[in-house]
Design a protein around this ligand. Structure first.
Ligand code: SF4
Length: 408
């Protein structure tokens, strides 16, 4: 398992796998460019080709390689190896002088068979929560923070302070922003930013339960709208699902005044949950459908909430499992390939599901032994994702994307 710093990445939306990853692949390729190169061609495969325009892949690549002229070509041919592949070719005149392949794995991570500089290394010698819990029991480690600090560089604590600050900043920017979310000519995608209006209404609600629901929704919308507009966010675990965890953490801090230190440390709990999904299934909508993005984000947020609220490790696991279990099979069907419909609203629902899973862990988990472990549900997510048709994996060819195609 890799460092949690690779799970919580800082970057611009709207998509970690389609914007941040292509940007980093282009930066890596630029470092290798021979001085005689005069132009670059980037060929995108798989869902990168099908939804790259809506995810600003082209702009990310051109920005990263500037001032070198770049042609970005979507290809409908199947890539060899990973489905979400980028092929970079550098030219001197008509002659190809350098070629490299990169694959976008989800959450902004890239890998390469011919540029090892981008391949991230494992630092945790564990593959499952069962193994981690066993290690923690033997070492009398009481929190995921204690566990993580056995393997992470101590600088991760400062990195998490930055991450939390950026998460909260993205909530606040989103709550203050108005205007429209840029999309293409599809009339159904000319949507206004709604977070500020939702927040305004939420503050006036007098019923406490409804108020909590709408405040959390406003925070989730705020970050998701920032991400959709290309703003700076933290992948948690992806840009498309970046509103879920910050919404819960911001609510805990701003509305419930929970200690900042506990909220900061909850990132370790959320991080282990997200990392286990990333390692054993996927956090990429293009690989596993939206269960991999919003499902994982809800699972991370539910576990973090348990930690902040002082619940046991067992209850954190229960909440993470419960949040994921009821998102199994969720398809990724972004309309016209833009991270707007259903993605923004789905962040709100993901955050609310995390709160529900926390409440189940508090009030139901102590009554019975859970029959489904977190490792079980991650296994089920992988099986489900593998059997989902390509139309439901960020290709904009199925579900809502098909029904609402081109303004139909
Ligand atoms: S539908 Fe879900 S997985 Fe797909 S782009 Fe939107 S948020 Fe990401």
């Amino acid at each position: 398992m890799k460092s949690l710093t690779n799970l919580f990445r800082i970057g611009n939306g709207p998509s970690s796998s389609h914007t941040i990853a292509p940007f980093h692949a282009a930066v890596a390729f630029k470092r290798l460019l021979p001085s005689e190169a005069t132009a670059v061609r980037a060929t995108l495969y798989g869902s990168l080709a099908l939804t790259g325009l809506g995810h600003m892949s082209q702009k990310a690549i051109i920005d990263a390689l500037a001032p070198i002229p770049v042609e970005v070509v979507p290809s409908l041919q199947e890539a060899k190896g990973h489905p979400n592949t980028l092929l970079f070719e550098a030219f001197r005149g008509n002659e190809v002088v350098l070629t490299r392949h990169y694959a976008s794995l989800g959450g902004g991570e890239i890998t390469s068979t011919d540029d090892d500089s981008v391949n991230e290394k494992d630092i945790y010698p564990f593959r499952s929560l069962a193994e981690i819990k066993d290690f923690m029991n033997k070492g009398r480690l009481h929190s995921f923070k204690d566990f993580c600090l056995c393997y992470e560089d101590p600088s991760i604590v400062d990195y998490f302070k930055r991450v939390l600050g950026l998460m909260f900043a993205s909530v606040e920017r989103g709550l203050a922003a108005t205007g429209r979310i840029a999309a293409d000519k599809n009339p159904r995608l000319q949507v206004s930013r709604n977070a500020a209006a939702i927040y305004g209404r939420a503050k006036r609600i007098t019923d406490e339960g409804s108020k909590r629901t709408m405040l959390i929704s406003a925070y989730a919308y705020a970050v998701a709208e920032e991400s959709a507009c290309g703003g700076l966010v933290v992948t948690a675990p992806t840009c498309g699902s970046s509103g879920v965890l910050p919404a819960i953490l911001y609510y805990e801090r701003k509305n419930l005044r929970r200690p900042l230190a506990a909220i900061l440390d909850s990132l370790f709990t959320a991080g282990i949950v997200g990392n286990l999904v990333k390692q054993n299934a996927s956090i990429s909508g293009a690989i596993g459908g939206c269960q991999a993005e919003i499902g994982t984000a809800a699972s991370m947020a539910a576990a973090a909430l348990c930690f902040i609220e002082g619940e046991s490790l067992y209850q954190s696991e229960y909440a993470a499992e419960c949040a994921m279990e009821h998102f199994l099979g969720l398809s990724c069907d972004p309309v016209d390939g833009f991270v707007i419909i259903p993605c923004i609203e789905r962040n709100g629902m993901g955050a609310l599901r995390a709160m529900d899973a926390f409440l189940y862990s508090r009030y139901i988990a102590p009554l019975k032994r859970n029959q489904v472990s977190f490792d079980n549900v991650v296994g089920a997510m992988k099986l489900t994702g593998d059997s989902l048709a390509a139309a439901y994996k960020e290709t904009a060819e199925g579900g809502l994307a098909e029904i609402l195609k081109d303004g139909r």
